[in-house]
Design a protein around this ligand. Structure first.
Ligand code: COA
Length: 379
């Protein structure tokens, strides 16, 4: 007689809600506050830069002036795409979703990194720096390649935010746009055990390499319930089209149980602090660039969602109009999220390896039991 199968009587934590899967000291959410390494997101958004925030995430402290200068220099030294990599990138189709392309591009990047399999902490830090410096360039390279334009060489002495616009458009960007974009990068850099960071940690926990873990994270971020929501928000605003249609559109969506992108959150139930900062940025920037109607429409939707469903905007809602006002193509909003979040993913992967145990949960059995194999001719 077949042995009785074990039955897991406990409730299944669907979506792992409330499950504590590891200890971490990278970022933490308490109520409606978010901090990175003990500093509030508001403090960092107002005072830091993406480069400094990345140093903070990887080193658990703010850098001195000399350390920051060195860090920026090291990032600058990695700010290029090798001819071999560019040749490979040119063979990839560009009529695909940019996140699918980015997934392959980062995987290809690993093929040309001689340190790809070196698991030493020093090599992993170097690879983190490399990936962070190059991810922005990959995003803009995708857009230029699909538009049959030559790639633009980055300026290594400038920030990643500056180089995003420089390598995307090949023209000198407006300093206020660069500053606002830099703040967006800070806001997206990490977020505790979010879906993609968890995916990265799960891959890292099998002692796979850092590139593989980051590619896993990119795959997870691509989904519309995670990073893919920001571009969906802009498509939604464009579909609504005019201000008078905003409230009826929301009512209709909620009546039909359609998820309105950019709202709701697994952890924040009283509002996402990043959305508050992005809301102000959207208000200011859309006004400056003559596109305030997008902010006003977003505001109406925000109000309707709160009144009808009690749901508040998350990081993706107002970032959509910020990027749109900046003239960034809608389908590269999620790749931009990746170019920022790679700093957090790397921090999580390196933290995972400091205290590793392979992730291997169980599933509660719901299938058939004790069947006997029937030869094919008797079925
Ligand atoms: N629009 C409409 N209803 C929503 C909603 C949204 N954006 N987000 C949640 N809800 C509703 C659900 O339908 C559910 O309602 P019900 O209890 O009447 O069935 C309830 O709120 C709980 O939502 P649930 O999907 O169980 O929450 P979750 O914790 O599993 O998922 C998100 C969290 C973020 C995935 C979810 O809110 C969502 O899909 N949001 C839209 C996508 C998005 O913006 N993602 C970016 C996250 S930063």
């Amino acid at each position: 007689m077949a042995e009785a199968l074990p039955v897991y009587e406990g409730a299944v934590d669907k979506g792992l809600e409330g499950v504590v899967a590891c200890t971490t000291s990278i970022s933490f959410i308490v109520g409606a506050t978010l901090n990175y390494r003990g500093y509030t997101i508001e403090d960092l958004a107002a005072n830091s830069t993406f480069e400094e925030t990345t140093f903070l995430l990887w080193n658990d402290r703010l850098p001195t002036k000399a350390e920051l200068e060195k860090f920026r220099k090291d990032l600058g030294a990695e700010m290029s795409l090798s001819p071999e990599l560019v040749a490979t990138l040119k063979t990839l189709p560009t009529n695909v979703h940019p996140m699918a392309w980015l997934r392959s591009a980062v995987s290809a990047m690993a093929m040309f990194d001689k340190e790809a399999q070196d698991m030493s902490p020093e090599a992993n830090l170097r690879k983190s720096l490399r990936m962070t410096a190059k991810m922005t360039l990959l995003v803009t390279a995708f857009d230029r390649l699909r538009n049959k334009k030559d790639l633009v060489a980055p300026k290594p002495d400038k920030s990643l935010a500056y180089n995003f616009f420089w390598t995307l458009n090949g023209t000198e960007p407006d300093p206020e746009i660069v500053k606002t974009f830099d703040t967006c990068l800070i806001l997206h850099a990490d977020h505790e055990l979010n879906n993609s960071a968890f995916a990265a940690r799960v891959t890292a926990s099998s002692l796979s390499d850092i590139y593989s873990a980051v590619v896993s994270a990119i795959c997870a971020l691509k989904g519309p319930l995670h990073g893919g929501a920001n571009e969906q928000v802009m498509h939604m605003l464009k579909e609504i089209g005019t201000m008078d249609k905003a409230r009826p559109w929301v009512e209709d969506a909620l009546n039909n149980k359609v998820k309105v992108m950019g709202f709701g959150h697994r952890v924040y139930k009283n509002g996402d602090p990043r959305a508050k900062i992005l809301r102000q940025m959207s208000d200011r920037l859309t006004a400056k660039l003559g596109q305030h109607h997008w902010f006003e429409m977003s505001d109406l939707i925000d109000d309707a969602m709160q009144n009808k469903k009690g749901l508040l905007p998350n990081v993706d809602f107002y970032s959509a109009t910020v990027y749109y006002a900046m003239g960034i193509p809608i389908d590269i909003y999620t790749p931009i999220f990746a170019a920022s979040r790679v700093a957090g993913w790397d921090a999580h992967i390196m933290e995972q390896w400091k205290n590793n145990r392979i992730y291997r949960p169980r599933g509660k059995w719901q299938g058939k039991e004790n069947l006997t194999y029937t030869p094919i001719e008797k079925r």
